[in-house]
Every structure is written in C-alpha cells, then in structure tokens.
Design a protein around this ligand. Structure first.
Ligand SMILES: Nc1ncnc2c1ncn2[C@@H]1O[C@H](COP(=O)(O)OP(=O)(O)OP(=O)(O)O)[C@@H](O)[C@H]1O
Ligand code: SF4
Ligand SMILES: [Mg+2]
Length: 327
C-alpha cells in the first residue's frame, strides 16, 4: 500500500495551567494518544463535541501548537522534532483554514496584498508573476480577479472564507487542515463553500483534515471519519460505514443528535446527558463511561483499545461486539 501523506502515532498534547511557585498546576490532556493516517488525496473528517480536542489536534500537526509526545510524519519526515528553521518549509506544504476568516485576515491589507504576502513569504515567483498568480488564486476560489484591490470588510462571510482558502492555496500545499471552515456561515453559504472544497480537492488532489460538527457535511465531503472524545479516538471508519453501521455509543449519540426527516422511524435515541468531563480529570477506563447508557463496571477498569471490527473500521468499546447500534 502507498505510504500515507500524514501519519500520526500516539500523539499527545497536554497543557499545564495554573502553575505557580507554590503549585505544580493542572495538566489538561487535550489530545491523549491519538493515531491515524491521512492518505494522498483523502479527505478525513474529525468530529466530536466542543472541547474534545479537534482544534488542538489539527494545529499540533502543523506545529502551531507543540505536541507533548508522539509522532507526526509528513511525507515520511518526522515533524515533531523539526528545528524552527525548517518549519517555514513545512508550512509551504501544510496549510490551515480557520473558522473565522475575518479574524485571520489583516483588515489593513487589500486581498491582493494578503495573497502576495503569502507568496513572497515562501519566495514564490517574481513580483509580476505574483500579481498574475493572485488573480488566478481568486478565480480558483470563485472570486473575480478585480477584488484583489478590495479590503476584508468589503466582503461577506462566505467571500471572506473564499479568500482564506485562496491564501491557504497560495503556496501549493499538499495537505490542508480545515478547522470548522463553514460553522460560522449561513446554511445556504455553507453548501457553496463545501462544494468549492470538493472541487478543489478533485482538481488539486489535496488531502484535507476536515474538522466539523455537522455530520451531514462530513458525510458529503469526507472519505473517512475519526470520532474524537476527550482527546481520544472512539471510532474510525469510512464515512459510508460509520453512518450505516456505527459501533461506538458515542458515535450513535452524535448521529442521533443530527436532525432526521422522520424521527418516528428511529429506535430509541441516545441522548448525551451532562457536559463533557474535564480533560484535566478524565474518567478512568473508558473516558466515555460517565455518559454512556451501556456502561458496566468493567468499563471503569481498563482503557478500551482501538480494535478492528471491519475493513478500515476500528472502535474503542469493550461492548462493541454485543451492542446493536444500527437504525
Ligand atoms: N492553550 C491551552 N491551554 C490550556 N488548555 C487548552 C488550551 N487550548 C485548548 N485547551 C483545552 O483543551 C481542550 C480541547 O480544546 P480544543 O479547542 O482543541 O477543542 P475543540 O474540539 O476544537 O472544541 P470546539 O469544537 O469548541 O472548537 C479544551 O478543554 C480546552 O479548554
Ligand atoms: S467501553 Fe463501556 S462505557 Fe465505554 S463506550 Fe463501551 S460500553 Fe460505553
Ligand atoms: Mg475547535
């Protein structure tokens, strides 16, 4: 099998908060031992409730947050130990798209200047080439070339996200982390941006880690999905398999929370009660057990390993073999 583009092994990102002269502080286990691959040209969805560690995980792959331990390999090269002088080159191969493009665009720079700056930073092209390339990038994301003269406040949310995408594409990356790129947009605009990502992915052969809440968007865009809870993978499968045959109670609960056309057809839904436990004091054993309707005493004792239950389908639940969570 071809080598994956991105390969993550036992990645941990822990933050120490509240450390003082008199206290060692508290360790927040935002990402706690995550392993997965992203294939070339693959779109991998990353889902989980707010606070499950999605952003931290996405940012740590690009070293925008420093991993605590574990490995991130990109095209076979270890990223976690790259010296700072090599990070710039890494960022020309991996890029990020943010949820709020307005916050990430400089309001005092025209769109053309923002895109040129990205090209200049990575020494792409001459000055004349860059003007041409800025126009091409704008067209590629469905904006007229002439908008290069305009400033961020002159655009709608959807247009600003297109500019954010153009900036990410400026350096010709092979891999993009898209951190909830449509969550802040109106529903009608969301579809346009998703279609744009779908087109770009096909045109450019991009690999994307797509972080999202909305499971219908994930199903449309993603080949495979990773379900994260308290910094750990609960389940991973191809999108089609995950939706048709979820094996982890947490995945079932996320699917049940999504709107369906006719809820009467459903068996009893699993509703998530209470809040996500604190990642600084995760439950023993299975971290989902405090909210799992199927928890038994044994669930508190050992951390369930991620076990293979089908082709490209893995689940971390000691009762996965006996539960029927299909519709
Ligand atoms: N710099 C930091 N210092 C301390 N704790 C942090 C830091 N960054 C994130 N956390 C904590 O790590 C956990 C995971 O946060 P993260 O933002 O990665 O979650 P998320 O899944 O992206 O959530 P959301 O869906 O709300 O964006 C949270 O408990 C958060 O408070
Ligand atoms: S291991 Fe136990 S608590 Fe965890 S998901 Fe499975 S049944 Fe629920
Ligand atoms: Mg986030």
């Amino acid at each position: 099998m071809a080598e994956p583009l991105v390969s993550i092994a036992d990645l941990k990102v822990h933050f120490t908060v509240g450390r003082t002269m008199f206290s060692p502080g508290t360790v927040v286990r935002a990402v706690d031992g995550v392993s997965f691959d992203v294939g070339r040209g693959e779109v991998l969805g990353l889902v989980g409730e707010s606070g499950s560690g999605k952003t931290t995980l996405g940012r740590s792959i690009l070293r925008l947050v420093e991993p605590t331990s574990g490995s991130v390999r990109f095209e076979g090269e270890e990223v976690t130990t790259l010296p700072p002088s090599r990070l710039k080159r890494l960022r020309s191969r991996m890029q990020i798209i943010f949820q709020d493009p307005y916050a990430s665009l400089n309001p005092r720079m025209s769109v053309g200047q923002t895109l040129s700056e990205a090209l200049e930073l990575h020494a792409i092209g001459t000055r004349a080439d860059r003007a041409e390339r800025v126009g091409d990038l704008l067209e590629q994301v469905g904006l007229p070339r002439a908008v290069a003269q305009r400033f961020p406040h002159e655009f709608s949310g959807g247009q600003r996200q297109r500019i954010g995408i153009a900036r990410a594409l400026a350096v010709n990356p092979g891999f993009i982390v898209a951190d909830e790129p449509v969550s802040a947009l109106d529903v009608s605009i969301q579809a346009q941006i998703i279609n744009l990502l779908q087109d770009l992915r096909q045109e450019l052969g991009l690999s994307i880690l797509f972080i999202g809440h909305d499971l219908s968007v994930i199903e449309f865009l993603c080949d495979r999905v990773v379900v994260l809870y308290l910094g750990r993978i609960m389940e991973t499968a191809t999108a089609a398999d995950l939706y048709a045959n979820p094996r982890h109670p947490y995945t079932r609960a996320l699917l049940d929370a999504a709107p369906v056309p006719d809820p009467r057809k459903r068996r009893e839904r699993i509703t998530l009660k209470g809040d996500l436990p604190s990642p600084s004091a995760p439950p023993s054993g299975c971290v989902f057990r405090t909210r799992c309707p199927f928890a038994i005493a044994a669930c508190a004792e050992t951390v369930p390993p991620l076990e293979t239950v089908g082709a490209r389908h893995q689940v971390a639940c000691i009762r996965a073999g006996e539960l029927d969570l299909t519709e």
